[in-house]
Structure formats: C-alpha cells, structure tokens
Design a protein around this ligand. Sequence first.
Ligand SMILES: [Ca+2]
Length: 191
Amino acid sequence: MSSALVVLALVLGAPPAPVATALKAAPKGLQVQGRFHAGLRFKDVDGEHVLVLSTKDAPGARHLFAVLAKETKGRFEVQRTVKDWEQDCEFDLMVGFHDDATQVSDADGDGRAEVTFAYELGCVSDVSPVGLKLMLLEGPDKYAVRGQTRVRVSETEWMGGERTLDPALDAVPKLKALAAARWTALITRGE
Ligand SMILES: [Ca+2]
C-alpha cells in the first residue's frame, strides 16, 4: 500500500471529530431551564447544533438539565432534552456535571455528531459512591450508561464503579465502544 493510501485508511478508520466551540451563555432564542452551566456549538451533516447544560437549585435539591437543539437561521428546534435531579436531601448533595465528559465526536463516521455529557447524582453523609450517568446523544437518539462513581476505601480496595449500558447500544457497536471508553475515563480520573 502506498503511503497516501495508508494515510487515507487511517483517516477513514478514525473519522475526524466535528469542530466544537464552547458557549459562554445560552444562545438567544433557545429556552433553557435554570442557570446556564456550559454549552457547545458544533456542526454536522444535519446542520448547526447546540448543547446547553443548566442547573437549578432549591433547598435540599438540585436539578440538572440538558438540551440539544438544531439551529437554522437563528431558530432552534429541540432534538432532545434530559432532566434529572436529587431532592429532599438532608446530607451532602453530590449533584453536578463532569465537564471533561462534555465532548463531540463522530465515532461511527456517519456524519452525524455524537455529543456526550455526564453527571453525578447523590445525597450522602460519607464517602460512599454516588450515582453516575453518561449520556450520548446523536440527534434525537439517546443512549445512556448508568452506574456509580468509584471511590477508594483502602490502599487496595475500591467501592462502586458498576455500570449498565443501554441495550440499544448493542445495535451501534462504535458508539457502544465510545460510551464505554468515556465511562472508564470518568471513573478512573485522578488515579
Ligand atoms: Ca455519528
């Protein structure tokens, strides 16, 4: 194989990630619940998209929101929303997004960008693992990995880290591999 073909094969084997830019605020015209947390704008074969993550606090409660919308000439069409929360918490609220999981890719090379984000949900009075969820959205399609954070309890012992992948991921092996890899990166941070 010539070097040009090798380069082409490598390019085809690993589709380039769609270019994403960070948002400093929710775009005008997009309805967002609560307080803006973070957002991304990116483009794929379907057009321009934005993902906005936001939070809303109340006594003993925190709500998390995500909205994925397609933008056409300044108008937004919501493709997916995700809402989750913890409430009636009398201990420590462990609820928030993992910003390093907010990423855009096209792992299956179909031209439609996948965006991932992850968050913790818990109400704890000690260092127990809390709920951890990783969401992967590709347009209106949503896939989730649900499980627990992993915490070190001694020199050699860990608790948590279990996960359950959406069965729907079995139909999209490259997205399943991506979701599993991002999950592993999340629970092994800082080791
Ligand atoms: Ca894709």
